[in-house]
Ligand binder design. Structure first.
Ligand SMILES: [Zn+2]
Length: 192
């Protein structure tokens, strides 16, 4: 799980250090050990990822229903059994209506963070040219809007980049994201 465990998922016993006699934490603060069944309980990050879809100098962003007026890359968590590319392709389609073959997603970067205190995530971020996608842009799932913005269009808009997105990438710079994505696509010999 990606937040401090209170119970063993195998037998249900408490692994909360405050409720147990012996030290429970094997490796601070990531591995706990259940006093009853002796199994290990991991406190580790949840994997997620983003799609950077480029259309010329424009990047596809979505507005998150949780924070109106804050925009981010189409992104989300992997589901059971999904590879990172498969998860990102599904999230892209759910949030924007754009479909992509997961194999066409090109690795750009990865990051680790704590979007909510004590809840850890890792992200793997991929780029693809809009010409490699099919479908028409239409916000869906937990996105209330989806649009392509050039950096100057976004700058001129009343919108902001979502704070969790800024935490993940360490910047709210769309030109930076555009450059990173374009360089990754060029390196991979993929259409830009
Ligand atoms: Zn147990």
């Amino acid at each position: 799980m990606n937040q401090p465990p209170t119970h063993c998922p195998y037998c249900g016993s408490s692994v909360d250090p405050a409720e147990t006699d012996e030290p429970r934490i094997v490796e601070t603060p990531m591995v706990y050990r259940c006093e009853s069944c002796e199994d290990y309980v991991f406190y580790n990050p949840t994997p997620g990822g983003s799609a950077i879809v480029l259309d010329g100098d424009a990047i596809c962003l979505v507005e998150d229903f949780r924070s109106p007026d804050e925009w981010k890359l189409p992104s989300g968590r992997m589901l059971l059994g999904e590879s990172p590319r498969e998860g990102v392709a599904r999230e892209l389609e759910e949030e924007t209506g754009l479909s992509v073959d997961p194999a066409d997603l090109v690795y750009v970067t990865d990051e680790a963070g704590e979007p909510v205190p004590e809840q850890y995530m890792v992200g793997i971020d991929y780029a693809v040219a809009r010409s490699q996608t099919t479908g028409s842009l239409a916000a869906g799932s937990d996105a209330t809007d989806a649009k392509f913005f050039t950096p100057s269009e976004f700058e001129a808009s009343p919108h902001a980049i979502k704070h969790t997105h800024v935490d993940r990438f360490g910047t709210d710079s769309l030109p930076w994201l555009l450059d990173e994505a374009r360089a990754a696509l060029e390196r991979a010999g993929e259409p830009v």
